[in-house]
Every structure is written in structure tokens, then in C-alpha cells.
Write a protein that binds this ligand. Structure first.
Ligand code: NAD
Ligand code: UGA
Length: 330
């Protein structure tokens, strides 16, 4: 199969869904910096949502950027995808712990049904490559060791199930005889850095240390995550869009795992303040440990994570100090 995107060359034109979000907005910035023409799609509209406006502050005035405020569950997509070398599908409802109960209807609509619409539109206009933001959560409970892509998924939350369903849809489309595109399904491991979502650990710990509400500490803090810096994730996504390889699933993590308590210690060291906590029971769906075997991404993309946790969280703190958190829009 021929791919328009050539390794080592910037993409000419790309679409980023979830462009107003944490990871999507960094991806937009990185693509624009490489000279790519970018269409960003998100249902959060920077004209009415201060958080979206803050995330896209560097992109909105860029001549190479067009923002489209639209809901992927309903909006026409094919015209937006015309001539794109790659579609980066990063829009989703991303929270693990909030995915139980009635919200699962919205999770399935945004994470599964919208993904099906994105895939159908890619087929319609023959987009050569789709990069899908999958999730380490698809693995569920592990033995604590590094997880490779061949491990059987055992998703343990409605969110994780929706992300695995989205991934499987991507692979089903890519496997059709008539499909012209390859899918890179990137299983991202707990991403952090500037603009991190307000429901996630590291930002909440900094906010608590700096005088905001105490951190709700779920469980005893011994749970571990392979925390991965957003800049490293974005480099992997762009490399995946251009790599001369067929459809595949890739772990994007650092290969290092850290307990929540160690993260809190690092936050205390950096801020010079204790992190006040409210101790709460472990939350349903939260796994005990994640750790990526990232060797496939290293081999196939020539990619390496570059950012150690202490360095990355220092950057997150510097960004928080310069940009106090904005309220999240509708
Ligand atoms: P985010 O919430 O900051 O960004 C997601 C964006 O998608 C939001 O701006 C939201 O408005 C948009 N969106 C959701 N549903 C939409 C719809 N129906 N139509 C249009 N836009 C819609 O989340 P994030 O942390 O940046 O995550 C981005 C992607 O990466 C998600 O797919 C998530 O599942 C995946 N992921 C994130 C992490 C992480 O640690 N942050 C780890 C693994 C996977
Ligand atoms: C993160 C993202 O939020 C998901 O979108 C993503 O799919 C997932 O990573 C992934 O790797 O696939 P999570 O690991 O829960 O999910 O990330 P955090 O919210 O930063 O939580 C890390 C740990 O801190 C969890 O054990 C959580 O229970 C704990 N935590 C989090 C708290 O104790 N208190 C909080 O306020 C937030």
C-alpha cells in the first residue's frame, strides 16, 4: 500500500479531532511548528470556553490553522478530511473513574459511535492514515510487569471498554479489502505535562500544594502509573503518521512506573509545600499498576521517550504558575 506521507518529511495537511483538549492542542502546536496545515475539530468552542481558548492560544492566530467547532457524533466529516495526509483521532471522553453509570451512554456515543463516523469519513475520501488515541487502560489488571501489545486486553472500566471498542473498530475498518488507510492505534500511558486535564493526579496535586482544594487520594497511594510526558506522546503520534508501516497497535509509555505517593513527594519537593489529602477508598475501574513495554514503538517508529518524570512535572508546574487553571466549559 502506498502512503502519501513520507518518513522524515512533515505532513502537508492533517486533521486533529479533540484539538481543544489537553493532548490534541499540543499535537496541533507541534504539527503547525513543522509547517503542516492543520484543521482542528472539537465540540468545545474557544469562543465560549476559556479552557479551550487557553489550550489553543498558540494556534488560533496561526495562518496554517483552521478550527471547526463541531460534534463528531453528528457533524459532516468527509469535507473536513479531504486531502488530509493523516487524521489524528484524539477526541473522546477520557475520564476512567467517571465512566460508570448513566454517563456510559455519552461515553459510547463519543468514544465508539463517533469513532465509527470518523473511520467511515476516512474511507469516503481515502485518507491514507488514521492515528487513534487508544489507552493503556485496555490492559486492565496486570501482574505488575511490563505489558506488551500481545497481552490479552482485560478492560476494567466502562471507559476502557469504550476505548478498546474504538480500537477494534479501527482495526476492523483497516482490515476491510476496500479500505485504503492504515491505522496506528497508540495505547497512551497516563499522559501529563502543561495543560493536563483538571481531573488528573499531577495537576490536582500541584493545585492542592499551592493552596487549592485538598487532593482526594484514592486508595493508599501505592498504585503505580507509567506517567508519560505529553511532548513525548506528540512526537510518537507524528512519527506514527509518517512511518512506512502498516496497521498496528503500539504502546506509548516510558517503561518506568511510579507510585502515586512518590508523585506526591516529588510535588512537595518542587513546591516546598505539603500536599494536603482527603483519603478516599480506591475507585472502581482504577488499575493497580501500568507499565509499558514500549519496544515495538521504539523499533518501528525510531521513537524514544525523552522526558523524565521530575523534568516533566517541573514544566507542568512552571506552566501552572504562568497560567492559573481555567474553568472547564460545557
Ligand atoms: P481532553 O478531554 O483534554 O481532550 C479530548 C477532547 O475531545 C475534548 O476537548 C473534548 O471536547 C473533545 N470531544 C469529546 N467528545 C467529542 C465529540 N463528540 N465531538 C467533538 N469533540 C469531542 O482529553 P485528553 O487527555 O487530551 O485525551 C485525548 C485522547 O487521548 C482521548 O482519546 C483519550 O481517551 C486518550 N488518552 C488520554 C490519556 C491521558 O492520560 N490524558 C491516556 C490515554 C489515552
Ligand atoms: C489516565 C487518563 O486520565 C485516561 O484518559 C487514560 O486513558 C489513562 O490514563 C491511560 O493511561 O490509559 P489515570 O491513570 O487514572 O488515567 O490518570 P490520573 O487521573 O492521573 O490518575 C493516576 C492515579 O492517581 C490513579 O490511580 C488515580 O486513582 C489517582 N488519583 C487521581 C487520585 O488519587 N486522586 C485524584 O484526584 C486523581
Amino acid at each position: 500500500m502506498q502512503h502519501k506521507a513520507t518518513p522524515g518529511h512533515a505532513l502537508s495537511r492533517a486533521v486533529v479531532t479533540g484539538a481543544a483538549g489537553f493532548i490534541g492542542s499540543h499535537l496541533v502546536d507541534a504539527l503547525l511548528a513543522e509547517g503542516t496545515i492543520v484543521i482542528g475539530v472539537d465540540r468545545r468552542d474557544p469562543r465560549t470556553d476559556p479552557g479551550a481558548a487557553a489550550n489553543l492560544a498558540g494556534a488560533l492566530d496561526h495562518p496554517g490553522f483552521t478550527f471547526v467547532a463541531a460534534d463528531l457524533r453528528t457533524c459532516p466529516l468527509a469535507a473536513l478530511f479531504l486531502q488530509a495526509d493523516a487524521v489524528f483521532h484524539f477526541a473522546a471522553l477520557p475520564g476512567v473513574r467517571g465512566s460508570w453509570g448513566e454517563r456510559f451512554v455519552e461515553y459510547t456515543a463519543c468514544n465508539v459511535f463517533a469513532t465509527e463516523r470518523v473511520l467511515a469519513a476516512c474511507e469516503d475520501v481515502r485518507v491514507p492514515r488514521l492515528v487513534y488515541a487508544s489507552s493503556s487502560s485496555v490492559y486492565g489488571t496486570t501482574n505488575g510487569g511490563a505489558t506488551g501489545e500481545q497481552s490479552a486486553p482485560m478492560p476494567g472500566s466502562p471507559y476502557a471498554i469504550s476505548k478498546l471498542a474504538g480500537e477494534q473498530l479501527c482495526l476492523a475498518h483497516a482490515g476491510k479489502a476496500t479500505t485504503t488507510f492504515a491505522v496506528m492505534a497508540l495505547r497512551l500511558f497516563t499522559v501529563y505535562g502543561p495543560r493536563q486535564r483538571g481531573d488528573m493526579l499531577i495537576g490536582r496535586a500541584f493545585t492542592a500544594a499551592l493552596g487549592g482544594p485538598a487532593l482526594n487520594l484514592y486508595g493508599d497511594g501505592s498504585q503505580r502509573r507509567d506517567f508519560t510526558y505529553v511532548g513525548d506522546v506528540v512526537r510518537a503520534a507524528i512519527a506514527a503518521a509518517a512511518a512506512p508501516i502498516g496497521t498496528t497497535v503500539l504502546n506509548i509509555g516510558t517503561g518506568v512506573t511510579t507510585t502515586v505517593l512518590d508523585v506526591l513527594n516529588a510535588v512537595e519537593d518542587l513546591t516546598g509545600h505539603p500536599v494536603p489529602v482527603n483519603r478516599l477508598p480506591a475507585q472502581a475501574g482504577d488499575v493497580e499498576a501500568t507499565l509499558a513495554d514500549n519496544s515495538r514503538a521504539v523499533d518501528l517508529l525510531g521513537w524514544q521517550p525523552r522526558t523524565a518524570l521530575t523534568q516533566g512535572i517541573s514544566r507542568q508546574l512552571a506552566h501552572l504558575n504562568a497560567n492559573p487553571p481555567q474553568p472547564v466549559g460545557a
